[in-house]
Design a protein around this ligand. Structure first.
Ligand code: SF4
Length: 383
């Protein structure tokens, strides 16, 4: 059995470790490129979600490298995610590309639903398999912790790209790491290298939260490297959705003590229930970002993504009530870099202007208070 999987951001590193850990031969799909997208677009229905098209391209490219089994995550809820795997299986069969498919879905009743599929795939003694899965989990946490460091550094580094270079090198080393000790050393080394990166002494930074559908958030081909673009514009990006949290929330049912998503607490009264995909989280995270003083929020969504359209429809109410500007960007295969860049620059300019105005207002109020206090004191002298 030669297994492959969808390429989504740094997920390859985690899945590769887990699948190799249970004794499978792994074919890592090549990183997503325009070719991947073109292959997917050629064979998928035009109205299909963008992630389905990209995944299809991944599977076709992995087939060229000899893969015969697909391992992927499914989903539940009112949107199209529930029949993603079936649609992909039919399309691949129609074009003569035979694959076996193993789909991991969030367990309905019991964690054993996930475990049964792991048992089917496992080729090693249990202790070794479990060790492999734990190693993959530790790598997921390491990748997320380094990525947060990079998000912090991008708008501050004197020479753009240095933090990303250290991160890329660390990813290569993490891929080869075989124990928790090695992972810890790699993270420590990468963080100390990042700490030495020279910073510029520019003006106050903006903080922008990114919310939206998981694929558009995590795959740079799909979002046209939005986080790097924002970093270059002097914006610190914050994101609530990371792979380790997603795995913990969805596959482990929040068993591990990690900060997770709790849209049931944060999204009401704007959105009171699950709407599929990550729509509920998008609203909840926007409220959380407003509470933590972010200057704005960008919502990313594949064109026609139903859950994000629902979230988009309540964003004006969130903006109004929480006083945080939100820009929604829909992405598909037609999205161009120049158009995206222009929208980002305009949004960042507006946020900067608004931040400056708020600061001026605060200074004005402070001055007024001082003058008023002074006048009051003088009045007291003469009475
Ligand atoms: S969450 Fe959006 S992009 Fe994903 S399957 Fe559902 S509708 Fe499609």
């Amino acid at each position: 059995m030669k297994v492959t999987f969808p390429h989504m951001g740094h997920l390859w590193l985690i899945l590769k470790t887990a699948l190799e850990g249970i004794g499978l031969e792994v074919v890592v799909p090549p990183p997503c490129t325009r070719r991947t997208l073109e292959l997917g677009v050629r064979h998928a229905p035009e109205s299909a979600c963008l992630p389905l098209k990209v995944n299809l391209g991944n599977f076709l490219e992995a087939k060229e490298l000899g893969a015969d089994t697909i391992v992927m995550a499914g989903g539940v809820g009112p949107c199209r995610i529930g029949y993603y795997a079936q649609v992909q299986r039919e399309i691949l069969r129609d074009i003569g590309c035979e694959y076996k498919m193993v789909v991991f879905e969030p367990p309905d009743v019991h964690f054993s639903e996930v475990w049964d599929k792991v048992k089917y795939l496992n080729r090693r003694p249990w202790q070794e398999g479990v060790r492999g899965v734990i190693l993959a989990w530790q790598k997921a946490c390491a990748v997320d912790s380094l990525e947060q460091e990079v998000q912090h550094l991008r708008p501050r580094e004197a020479k753009p790209g240095q933090a990303d270079a250290v991160f890329q090198q660390a990813l290569g080393e993490l891929d080869a790491a075989g124990s928790r000790g090695e992972i810890k050393k790699i993270v420590k080394k990468a963080k100390s290298e990042m700490a030495k990166i020279p910073r510029h002494g520019g003006g106050p930074l903006l903080r922008v939260g990114i919310v939206g559908e998981i694929y558009t958030l995590l795959e740079p081909l799909v979002n046209l490297n939005i986080e790097r673009r924002l970093g270059a514009l002097g914006v610190e990006v914050v994101r609530g959705l990371f792979l380790s949290r997603w795995i913990n929330d969805n596959l482990f049912k929040g068993l591990l003590p990690l900060p997770g998503h709790h849209p049931e607490k944060t999204a009401p009264p704007f959105l009171n229930h699950f709407v599929g995909g990550h729509g509920w989280e998008s609203v909840g995270d926007t409220v959380t970002f407003a509470r933590h003083g972010c200057d704005g929020v960008i919502q990313l969504a594949p064109l026609t993504c139903m859950p994000e359209i629902v979230a988009h429809s309540v964003m004006p109410a969130v903006q109004e009530a929480r006083g945080i500007p939100v820009m929604t960007i829909y992405l598909d295969e037609q999205t161009g870099e120049a158009g995206l860049q222009t929208r980002l620059e305009a949004f960042v300019d507006m946020l900067r202007w608004q931040k400056g105005r708020k600061a001026a207002e605060r200074r004005g109020t402070y001055l007024q208070q001082k003058l008023f206090q002074g006048a009051e004191n003088k009045c007291q002298k003469f009475t």
